[in-house]
Design a protein around this ligand. Structure first.
Ligand code: NDP
Length: 283
């Protein structure tokens, strides 16, 4: 029987750490870290995400601001707003919620956020820093996954890790973080031949795909640790991951649920990243 890695409970621990850090930083520097979250348009899922991010910031006691912009805002106007925030000394972190409306080039937006304020860790300078092993902002979801693995005291050195999914925001960066911990890492994707056979080699299996039930218990090595990043809706409209929990849980030694696993940790690590940005800017 797999034990549950409780991301919701761990996210509270992380947010409490941040809360204590915010108080210390305010005492030392005379101001609190400040996170600005920008949402463009009215995508309902994005609205839930940004609300949760601002709520988490309030919990930690840091300053935060939600900027809601209309879906038809021009790319130029959005970039102008970002430049304004880049130049605002009171702002430490800037997050533009993705996806953006089609007429706006996401890459341009990511490139425009100054590297020092890039709390998402998506800026090319931070991506390069991650791959070169230099000081950088690590993307929130991969950072949260590592914290979940650390929370059970698991030693990654020499273990086989399989990451299913190769996106720039989850799959690739988490693979690099696992590599940094001396795991032997395989990245699987949509063209992987025999996904089941690849997954069964994993001591640690991380799924970041976006397909409900893609991985079931028959694809999991007995005793493996399973981290499910996927966020999908099943036929009944309920939130679920990429892993079929019912068949996977009896095979795994540890497993994250959806909801209540990686999701809350992503937001908690955003708070950590805001502190990181604040501190980098003091130097
Ligand atoms: P992307 O759509 O960018 O990437 C999905 C990846 O899955 C791609 O690399 C794709 O392969 C691969 N893939 C697709 N189909 C298969 C298949 N049949 N077998 C193996 N691999 C496959 O997604 P993201 O990385 O942005 O997100 C992945 C999931 O994680 C989503 O459900 C998203 O909602 C969720 N998510 C959750 C977060 C959280 O905080 N909990 C944060 C971020 C994402 P290829 O490259 O070949 O196309």
């Amino acid at each position: 029987m797999g034990q549950i890695i409780d991301g919701k409970a761990l996210s509270v621990v992380v947010k409490d750490e941040v809360k204590a850090e915010v108080a210390e930083l305010e005492a030392k520097y005379g101001r609190k870290p400040c996170l600005v979250v920008i949402i463009v348009g009215e995508n309902p899922a994005s609205q839930v995400y940004v609300r949760n991010k601002v709520k988490a910031a309030a919990y930690t006691g840091m300053e935060s601001q939600l900027i809601e912009l209309p879906a038809d805002i021009s790319e130029e106007a959005l970039l102008g707003k970002i430049v304004e925030l880049n130049n605002d000394p009171k702002v430490d972190g800037i997050l533009v919620q993705l996806p953006l409306p089609k007429h706006i080039d996401e890459e341009k937006v990511i490139d425009t956020i100054s590297r020092e304020k890039d709390v998402d860790g998506f800026h090319p300078g931070n991506v390069a820093g991650l791959w070169l092993g230099k000081d950088c902002i690590v993307p929130c979801t991969p950072a949260g996954i590592m914290r979940l693995i650390d929370s059970i005291g698991y030693e990654l050195k020499g273990k086989n890790a399989v990451v299913v999914g190769r996106s720039n925001i989850v799959g690739k960066p988490v693979a690099k973080l696992l590599l940094d911990r001396h795991a032997t890492v395989t990245i699987a994707h949509s063209r992987t031949a025999d996904l089941g056979a690849v997954c069964r080699t994993a001591d640690v299996l991380i799924t970041a795909v976006g397909k409900a039930g893609l991985v079931d218990g028959s694809m999991i090595k007995p005793g493996a640790i399973v981290i499910d990043v996927g966020m999908n809706r099943n036929a009944e409209g309920k939130l679920c991951g990429d892993v079929d929990f019912a068949s996977a849980e009896p095979v795994a030694s540890w497993i994250t649920p959806v909801p209540g696993g990686v999701g809350p940790m992503t937001i908690a690590m955003l708070m950590k990243n805001t502190i990181h940005c604040f501190l980098s800017r003091q130097k």
